[in-house]
Design a binder for this molecule. Structure first.
Ligand code: FDA
Ligand code: NAD
Length: 434
């Protein structure tokens, strides 16, 4: 069994790992100092593509087209880039044991990797229906989507089940993005989710009613207020029916499940302090263990703006936390400190011709503005969240780059609101004045 030693090791080869590698290179590292260890077979890529352009019926996105760091407008880091920089990209290698006390990682194949400084960037994994014993949930053609390998299997089945029926379980990000892209593939799509409206984690009923109406106009069936309790398969083991708690039975050739994610912290359990389901860090993404950092989906970090520890499962934070941790590592080597992370939460999604952005915090009272009629030729609407008399969050569908900048500024500045009715009338122009 091989043993290798590096100055820096990043465990995980997703978005955060890619952006951390770029930052290491910017800050200056010597060949052989850094290794990225990933269980995936490919170099870090922009994961959001998997639920969008990767599944388009025409000219789908494929690697190497969306390796990091194109997602934020940067140079694409092809596998050769790592070679040129002397960064060891150790792919198809799952770490199955981490011993933070002896600074050592062990792979499934039994190889050992020693480090001086470790960055944990293992991201999230999907919650499976089999995790809570849903009957028949291990049938063929029931898909989850996290990695490129999952997307490839789903893509093949979409092609094999032309004009077939798809059931999407879950009304969150995966639910909304996947039902749209499966509809574009001409499947007959039904979404099922337990809540009274889609994406309740973020959307207000007013926001959700637009998307539900828009999706219905596209021919997507929506069944709310119930869950999938079982699946029937044919003699090949392929899913054929989805049984709902309310007694209905839906035909299905493909099922996509998006019932949430779980940060991958298992390797480090009992060795590092945890908080809110993630690995607790400071504003430099340093964990409770010296020389160990955690970034991206796994990190529970101080969100300065709200004076609170938070975990964020979105791509913008995974990029920025990765960069912050590397800056902190390099600065501390020179005996310097860097500014604390001062993050403004930013989430977005795209489906059909729609595109929304959200900045800030979705707490407090809400004000809906603009045209949220799903029948409108050019709908444009948004929402503000108001807490303690100040705007703390802003959502906008179909904003221009300038308008999105304006709502981001509002969420950062948190201007006071004197009159809520006036705010609703002013809508976007309120943000544009800030
Ligand atoms: P990420 O999941 O990217 O990477 C983790 C890596 O670690 C993976 O390569 C994994 O294989 C590897 N790994 C895990 N355990 C390991 C082990 N033991 N050994 C070795 N390797 C290991 N966000 C957003 O803001 N807008 C969007 O549109 C989307 N869209 C989107 C689509 C889909 C399909 C998904 C799944 C997610 C999104 N997201 C998103 C969320 C966003 O992609 C996510 O927050 C970031 O990818 C998180 O980056 P990380 O690097 O933390 O994890
Ligand atoms: P999610 O938390 O967004 O949505 C989960 C949804 O599952 C809930 O809204 C609910 O409707 C549903 N649900 C829960 N239990 C259920 C059950 N038993 N039966 C049916 N439905 C049930 O999670 P997701 O959509 O699975 O996304 C997974 C991860 O990927 C998250 O970290 C998410 O942030 C990330 N992601 C983000 C984006 C984006 O930011 N645009 C896109 C895709 C994925």
């Amino acid at each position: 069994m091989a043993e290798k030693t590096f100055k820096y090791v990043i465990v995980g080869g997703g978005v955060a790992a890619g952006y951390a590698a770029r930052e290491f290179s910017k800050q200056g590292i010597k060949p052989g100092e850094l290794a990225v260890i990933s269980k995936e077979a490919v170099a870090p890529y922009e994961r959001p593509a998997l639920s969008k352009a990767y599944l388009f019926p025409e000219s789908p996105a494929r690697l190497p087209g969306f390796h990091v760091c194109v997602g934020s407008g940067g140079e694409r880091l092809l596998p050769d880039w790592y070679k040129e920089k002397g960064i060891e990209l150790i792919l198809s290698t799952e770490i199955v044991k981490a011993d933070l006390a002896s600074k050592s990682l062990t792979s499934a194949a039994g190889d050992t990797f020693k480090y001086q400084i470790l960055i944990i960037a293992t991201g999230s994994t999907v919650i499976r229906l089999t995790d809570f014993g849903v009957q028949g949930a291990d049938a063929k053609n029931i898909f989850y989507l996290r990695e490129v390998e999952d997307a490839d299997k789903l893509y093949e089945t979409i092609k094999a089940k032309k004009n077939g029926k798809a059931v999407i379980v879950g009304g969150g990000y995966i639910g909304l993005e996947l039902s749209a892209v499966l509809k574009l593939n001409n499947l007959d799509v039904t979404m099922v989710y337990p809540e009274p409206w889609c994406m309740p984690r973020l959307f207000t009923s007013g926001i959700a009613s637009f998307y539900e109406g828009y999706y219905a106009n596209k021919g997507i069936n929506i069944i709310k207020g119930t869950v999938a309790v079982g699946f029937n398969a044919d003699s090949n083991g392929e899913v054929k029916e989805v049984k709902l708690k309310d007694g209905r039975v839906l035909e299905a050739d493909i099922v996509v499940v998006g019932v949430g994610g779980r940060p991958l912290t298992t390797l480090f359990k009992g060795q590092v302090e945890e908080e809110k389901g993630g690995i607790k860090t400071d504003a430099s993404f340093k964990t409770s263990v010296p020389d160990v950092y955690a970034v991206g989906d796994v990190a529970t970090f101080p969100l300065k703006l709200y004076n609170e520890l938070r975990r964020v499962e979105h791509v913008d934070h995974s990029r920025k936390s990765a960069e912050q941790s590397v800056k902190a590592i390099k600065a501390s080597e020179d005996g310097k400190a860097i500014e604390e992370y001062d993050y403004l939460p930013f989430f977005y999604s795209r489906a059909f011709n729609l595109s929304w952005q959200f900045y800030g915090d979705n707490v407090g009272d809400t004000v809906l503005f603009g045209d949220n009629n799903p029948e409108s030729p050019n709908p444009k609407f948004g929402s503000y969240w108001i807490k303690d008399g100040k705007v703390v969050g802003a959502f906008l569908e179909s904003g221009t780059p300038e308008e999105n900048k304006a709502i981001a500024k509002v969420a950062r500045v948190q201007p006071p609101v004197e009159n809520v009715d006036r705010l609703a009338k002013e809508g976007l122009s309120f943000a544009s004045k800030i």
